[in-house]
Design a protein. Structure first.
Length: 204
């Protein structure tokens, strides 16, 4: 009698296992995988690059500093920075949270027009300078690539007329953190770069 009970229990356990395997196979075939069993990778976030015109309209809705990546098609260091620094998760997160991010080809040959209720301004390609006049204005005539240009909060066109705050040269992640936080946290308004640089603590 005891043997028969054990046999019955063994058959039930075997049947349960077969049913369980069948369910697992069904889930696998249908593409269903439980989150607790397999870790799925999330999409890699990227910098939200927008045009200067989009930045101008965005400033009217929400004031934020503007970061302009001034580049050219032939600039090797620009391409390297795009492939490395601008792909770093910390850089991406901080720039998206703190700035309107704009990429601007300094040698663009299009004529640009910024039109508001008060201002109407044109920029064009200058063959002698080999750049667009807007790029020359933002960089104060000191053409170097790549260059980061920071525009403060405020009236967009007035900021353009005043020119930006240019920071020339390739930046790795460490250098980028230092520069972004200097402007993003408004430290530049109260401390010189040298004073800030000496006390800066790296986190990225």
């Amino acid at each position: 009698m005891e043997i028969e009970i054990n046999n019955i229990m063994s058959k039930r356990v075997l049947l349960f296992c077969l049913l369980l395997l069948g369910n697992i196979n069904t889930y696998a075939t249908s593409g269903f995988v439980h989150d607790s069993l397999v870790a799925t990778g999330s999409e890699v976030e990227e910098i939200h690059w927008i045009s200067l015109e989009e930045a101008m309209h965005s400033m009217q809705k929400e004031q934020r500093k503007i970061y302009i990546d001034m580049y050219t098609d032939w600039c090797g260091w620009c391409k390297k920075m795009d492939a490395t620094t601008f792909k770093d998760p910390n850089v991406v997160k901080y720039m998206n949270e703190k700035f309107y991010c704009v990429r601007f080809n300094a040698e663009i040959k299009d004529t640009l027009r910024f039109l508001t209720n008060v201002y109407c301004k044109y920029y064009w390609y200058d063959p002698a300078a080999k750049c667009n006049t807007l790029a020359a204005e933002l960089l104060h005539g000191k053409m170097s690539y790549p260059t980061a240009v920071f525009l403060e909060e405020g009236n967009f066109m007035e900021l353009i007329f005043q020119g930006g705050i240019p920071v020339p040269g390739y930046q790795d992640v460490k250098g980028m953190e230092k520069i972004l936080k200097y402007f993003g946290e408004n430290i530049y308004k109260t401390k010189s770069w040298d004073e800030y640089d000496k006390a800066f603590i790296q986190y990225w």
